[in-house]
Design a protein around this ligand. Structure first.
Ligand code: SF4
Ligand code: SF4
Length: 113
């Protein structure tokens, strides 16, 4: 998520992280070697990989539950940096907010590159 200019428009109005409920922060975030988020937000998945921890509400542990913004913005993982606001994965997650997701963050947008 980011405080970015508008890049897309839907029937519900402009797409912007400022009015989003951090939909994409429900996706699994796999950490890469260059990532360095605070250890308190890191978990180990069932295959032994490092991921961003998600809490019982399904959101990444680093989401501020009041503002719905990333609390570690300057240290957010690479897939979070590359996730495109207004991209197909962003729009999909906004529409699917009410459904739990098992998708990985960045996976859909990565196919478009
Ligand atoms: S789903 Fe899209 S609009 Fe919402 S926080 Fe993520 S990038 Fe921003
Ligand atoms: S690290 Fe930040 S941007 Fe990435 S999923 Fe967590 S709260 Fe969202």
């Amino acid at each position: 998520m980011a405080a970015s200019p508008l890049v897309a428009q839907t029937g519900d109005g402009p797409v912007t992280c400022a009015t989003c409920k951090a939909c994409c922060c429900r996706l699994e975030v796999i950490l890469m070697d260059d990532d360095d988020p605070p250890a308190e937000f890191v978990a180990t998945d069932q295959w032994g990989g490092q991921v961003m921890q998600r809490l019982d509400d399904g959101l990444c542990a680093a989401v501020d539950r009041v503002t719905m913004l990333c609390r570690i913005y300057e240290r957010r993982p690479g897939v979070c940096r590359e996730f495109q606001m207004g991209g197909s994965a962003c729009l999909t997650e906004r529409l699917a907010l009410s459904k739990p997701s098992t998708q990985r963050k960045g996976a859909e947008d990565a196919k478009e590159d």
